[in-house]
Structures are given as structure tokens and as C-alpha cells.
Design a protein around this ligand. Structure first.
Ligand code: FAD
Length: 564
């Protein structure tokens, strides 16, 4: 049998993973990675932390787990994979099974034949055609060169004000990195909320927290970059406001690098990504595609999505590596779009569908709850977690979860991601056997407690009201009766200040005469996280009140102004 020639286009995450897996399965295949950038296997997800000074050695972004820099020498010596860096593939000739390339440093051109080809060209940041976008001081954060530039900004300490355009994952992570360099940041976001994968209330909680570190401007875009002598001085927003700044980072999303694939006639989809089947094979059986340049199905809706995540790129690369050698044996089915980002001392993430996307995808009968609690006992310095859970009411299937807070957000999301991927229901989750010891969780883990709250709601034990709904109803003509059931000292320190009465839970049974006599009056009750609120609601219901609602997540999940 003749030696298999494999060419991989793109040498950062998905490409090298495919090449390395193929090598592990076939010592004799001729494997070449052609990489446009100067470096290989860059840990782009680490760029914000390099810029922010979490570590100083740039090589750590390029190292294998054993601490060896993954350069061309490493790929050849350790893996017998040939790499051509600074080299861009410019054309794919599917008839001849040949790629054309150009070396970007020397201008030298060449061609190479393949038996199997992998396209792993990633994605490029969107750069809107705004006047002044080419001024000095405007960058994106996608390449290692961008990270080098921003790290220099951090180290030189000359820049005082920066604008981050886009309140998505990369925008927020960049905001933290630059904030750590002592730079005053303004985030400008066109949409009415940060982090669009969150529902409004959760995003508002993030916004409130980010506002303690940076200025946040929503519902406003950049109309023009203003400069002097070719250097950025300010941005003018669509409403005319001018924000002075010496640096602007444009982080308004990425688009799949599918141009090469499109040009050679491969099918691309409605998201702009290359279309692949579950073997990661394009419309040409000898060409595979992986990573940020493709679209894949959302496993809940079945609809194609562009999911530019590093973990998925690596998983897909592994699948392709196996299929390159063994024929189509390994499958990658799709994504539930699990993502997380660090927002200063908070973790924020989501998995599955958010409420608005569940509705958009045709789930007409959904239930949601917001639950707040510590991640472990107070005596182990437990930290706050706030979760919004979304389920299909008909089947009780878990559709999505959003988690945020200073607590162990990643663990919570991992639990929900597995529950969603395993098509679990709320009833499956209420008795989940998770690990417990005080340094790690509560006896009933926050995720299970969230499922309990959802189950109680589905069983009709209580009616919930979200902070958003309550806030919207605050100025109605017939006011609700608002009841805080915490202790007076807690109330003194922090309260909603929206006209509520304080009756501590322990006194409620004795002070029922202070509650309106109309048993059908709408009553909203809460505490810090609404566990006591729930118990108070049960007492009121037992005393004949028919319209009692618990403020979900209590004071901790209230994203609006509170009184101190
Ligand atoms: C700042 C930042 C933070 C991130 N943080 C996270 C995170 O925390 N979690 C997460 O899951 N994901 C994160 N991501 C996303 C993650 O990095 C990507 O999903 C992942 O890198 C995609 O891998 P890929 O191999 O498909 O593409 P890339 O890593 O983009 O690699 C594609 C490579 O292809 C090369 N190339 C392109 N065109 C050609 C051509 N014509 N010829 C030859 N070579 C070509 C490019 O030079 C590039 O190096 C982050 C991304 C960035 C930029």
C-alpha cells in the first residue's frame, strides 16, 4: 500500500490535533501542516491572561503539557509532522488533489499533492467599515501578534484610556486584561445587554458587576474613530457622544475562514461555515474540515450554528485524525454551545438554550427558575452562585442553564452540560449522586438545589416571579404587597427599597394581621436567596392567600439598584 499524503491547512488548534492523532494511528503517513501564522499550536484562549499579566513567559502559550515549545522542530522530531509556517494556502485544486501556497516572508510559491486534505483555517474577527478603523491604536484580539501588541501596551503602561467595542466573551476578557494594566476601560455594545448568550436578567447582573470595574455603554455603536496624525484619539458613538481613548479593541465576533473552501466549490452553510457531516467530511469525501471554519448542528434544535470554541476545535481535530487514517469510523455529532468566561472575580457561562433561544426554536411550553446559593458552606468560605435553569414543561427535559458568580461556576456548567447532553429531566437531577465534602460543595449541591426549586415550581408548590417581571410591575396602579422576610440586621445592611415591608420569617405566623386582608391580593415575598421567601409563601398560602409569589433568587439575583 502506498504512503498516504495528508495535508492540513491551518496550524493552531484543530489542525495540529488532527495531524497528531493521524500520526499516532499511522507511523508511515506523510503529514504536512501548512500554517499562515509564524507560530504553531498557539493557545489563543490564553491571550487575555498573557496580556493581563497572569503569566509573563510568552512561550507558555506555545508549550506542550510537558513544557516544550511546539515549533517546527518539535513537530518534526516528536511527531514526524512536516510544518511550513508563514505560508498561506491560496488555492485548492480538487481535480488534481493539489494545494497551491505562497510563503509570506519570501514570496516563494509552490504546490503540494494530497490524498486527504484537512481545512482548519479558523475564523477572522469582524472589522466593520467604520471611518478611521485603520488608525494606529485600533486592534482586534485574534492572533498572537495582537496579543503581543496588547501585552506591550500592558508593559509600557503609557495608555490611560481604552475602548472595547463589543460586550461578548472576548470583549469582556480583554476588558479585564486591560483593567489589570491600570487602563480605564469603556465597553461599547450595540445590543441592549452584555454577553448575548445570557438572558436579560443574568446579563444585567453581569453588567452591574462589570460597572464596578469599567464604564459600560449599551445600545450604542461606534460611528467613527477619531484621530490626529494617524493616531487614535477618541471614538464617536452613534448618539454623538465622544469617548476619549488612545486604544480601541474591536471584539464584535468572528466569521469563519471559509473562503478557500468556497472557492473550490465546497458547500458552505447559512452561518458562513463549511458544511460537514458527522465524520467532519465536507461535500468532497477527500476533504475534511474542522474548528472555527465550519458549522455544526446544535444538538437540541438540530439547526446549524457557528460555534467557535477551542474545546470543540480540539475534539473535532481528534475525530478527523482518526478518520483520515481508518476511514470514517469516528463521529462528532454537534454542540450544545457550552461556554464560560472569566469576568474579573466572577465566572459567567451558559450551556444549552437560553430562554429567548428556546422560545425562538419552537419550545412553546417552558419553565424557568433563578436560584441563588453558596457553592459550599459558609464555614468553608462558600461563594455565591446564581443559576437560571430552563426546562421543557411538557417533558421536564433540561434545555439550558446559565450560571454566574464568584463561586465554582465551571463545575455547575459542567454538570448541566452533561445533563443536557444526556437528555436528562428535572426528575433525574433531583436525586443526582454528586460528590460531597464541605471543601467542595453543599450537602445538596447548588445544581441539585436548583433542580429542587424547579421541581417544586413544576409541582405547583410555589409561584415564582423573576426580578425582571417584578421590576416591570413596580409602577402598576394596584400595587402588590411586597414582603422581605429576612432579619432586621440584614435589612439594615441591604434592601431592595421598593416599598417592601419587613416581617422576619420567624415572626410571620404571629404577625399575619399586618398582611392585607384581601386574600386574593398579589403578594411578592423574598429573602436573601429566597429559601426563607419560599417558606414564607407556604405559610401565607396555608393561611388562605391565593396569589403569593416568590422573588426568584431573592436579593442576590436582583440586578437593579438596591439600597445600602
Ligand atoms: C482571545 C481569544 C480567547 C479565546 N478564549 C476561548 C476560551 O476561553 N474557550 C474557548 O473554548 N475558546 C476560546 N477561544 C476560541 C478558540 O481559540 C478557537 O475556537 C480555536 O482557536 C479554533 O481553532 P481553529 O484551529 O479552528 O482555528 P485557529 O486557532 O484560528 O487556527 C487557524 C489557523 O489557520 C491559519 N490559516 C488561516 N488561513 C490559512 C490559509 N489559507 N493557509 C494556511 N493557514 C491558514 C491561521 O494562521 C490560524 O493560525 C478564544 C479565542 C480568542 C481569539
Amino acid at each position: 500500500m502506498s504512503t498516504k499524503r495528508i495535508i492540513v491547512i491551518g496550524g493552531s488548534a484543530a489542525g495540529p490535533k488532527a495531524a497528531s492523532k493521524a500520526r499516532r494511528l499511522d507511523e508511515n503517513a506523510e503529514i504536512t501542516i501548512i500554517q499562515k501564522a509564524s507560530d504553531l499550536s498557539m493557545a489563543s484562549c490564553g491571550y487575555p491572561y498573557y496580556i493581563g499579566g497572569f503569566f509573563d513567559d510568552r512561550n507558555q502559550l506555545l508549550c506542550s503539557p510537558a513544557g516544550v515549545v511546539r515549533d517546527s522542530k518539535f513537530f518534526w522530531n516528536a511527531k514526524k509532522i512536516l510544518t511550513q509556517v508563514d505560508t498561506e494556502v491560496t488555492n485548492i485544486d480538487r481535480k488534481k488533489k493539489e494545494v497551491s501556497y505562497v510563503n509570506l516572508s519570501t514570496g516563494e510559491k509552490g504546490t503540494a499533492l494530497y490524498d486527504k486534505l484537512v481545512i482548519a483555517t479558523g475564523a477572522s474577527p469582524r472589522k466593520p467599515p467604520i471611518p478611521g478603523i485603520d488608525l494606529e491604536g485600533i486592534t482586534t484580539l485574534q492572533s498572537l501578534n495582537d496579543a503581543d501588541f496588547l501585552r506591550k501596551v500592558h508593559d509600557e503602561g503609557k495608555i490611560k484610556k481604552a475602548v472595547v467595542i463589543g460586550g461578548g466573551l472576548i470583549g469582556i476578557e480583554t476588558c479585564e486584561a486591560l483593567h489589570l494594566a491600570g487602563i480605564e476601560i469603556t465597553i461599547v455594545e450595540l445590543l441592549p445587554q452584555l454577553l448575548t448568550f445570557l438572558d436579560k436578567q443574568m446579563a444585567k447582573l453581569v453588567e452591574k458587576y462589570v460597572q464596578s470595574k469599567a464604564n459600560v455603554i449599551l445600545k450604542n455603536g461606534v460611528a467613527e474613530f477619531l484621530g490626529e496624525n494617524g493616531v487614535l484619539k477618541a471614538v464617536r458613538l452613534q448618539d454623538g457622544t465622544e469617548v476619549l481613548c488612545e486604544l480601541a479593541v474591536v471584539a464584535i465576533g468572528v466569521i469563519p475562514n471559509a473562503g478557500l473552501a468556497r472557492a473550490c466549490g465546497l458547500q458552505t452553510g447559512q452561518t458562513g461555515g463549511v458544511v460537514v457531516n458527522e465524520y467532519m467530511q465536507t461535500s468532497d469525501p477527500d476533504i475534511y474540515a474542522v474548528g472555527d471554519c465550519i458549522e455544526i448542528p446544535n444538538l437540541i434544535t438540530g439547526l446549524p450554528v457557528h460555534a467557535p470554541f477551542g474545546d470543540l476545535a480540539n475534539l473535532q481535530g481528534r475525530v478527523v485524525g482518526e478518520n483520515l487514517i481508518a476511514g470514517n469510523v469516528a463521529k462528532f455529532f454537534g454542540t450544545i454551545q457550552t461556554g464560560i468566561c472569566k469576568v474579573f472575580d466572577y465566572g459567567v457561562g451558559a450551556t444549552g438554550l437560553c430562554e429567548k433561544n428556546a422560545v425562538k426554536s419552537g419550545f412553546t411550553n417552558i419553565e424557568t427558575v433563578v436560584n441563588a446559593s453558596l457553592d459550599k458552606p459558609g464555614f468553608m468560605q462558600g461563594k455565591l452562585l446564581i443559576t437560571k435553569l430552563i426546562v421543557d414543561k411538557d417533558t421536564k427535559r433540561i434545555l439550558g442553564a446559565q450560571v454566574l458568580g464568584p463561586g465554582e461556576v465551571s463545575k455547575q456548567l459542567a454538570i448541566w452540560a452533561m445533563a443536557i447532553q444526556g437528555k436528562m429531566t428535572v426528575d433525574d437531577m433531583v436525586n443526582a449522586d454528586l460528590p460531597y465534602a464541605p471543601p467542595y460543595s453543599l450537602a445538596i449541591d447548588h445544581s441539585i438545589a436548583t433542580a429542587h426549586v424547579m421541581q417544586n415550581k413544576l409541582k405547583g408548590f410555589f409561584k415564582g416571579i423573576s426580578a425582571e417581571e417584578l421590576h416591570a410591575k413596580l409602577h402598576v396602579f394596584d400595587p402588590m404587597f411586597l414582603l422581605d422576610v429576612r432579619n432586621p440586621d440584614e435589612y439594615e445592611q441591604l434592601r431592595l427599597g421598593i416599598g417592601e415591608m419587613l416581617i422576619p420569617l420567624g415572626q410571620l405566623r404571629k404577625r399575619l394581621d399586618e398582611i392585607p386582608t384581601d386574600k386574593h391580593k398579589e403578594i411578592v415575598v423574598w429573602c436573601k436567596i429566597s429559601l426563607r421567601g419560599y417558606e414564607a409563601a407556604l405559610i401565607l398560602q396555608a393561611n388562605g392567600y391565593t396569589n403569593v409569589k416568590v422573588l426568584e433568587g431573592g436579593i442576590m439575583a436582583w440586578p437593579y439598584k438596591r439600597e445600602l
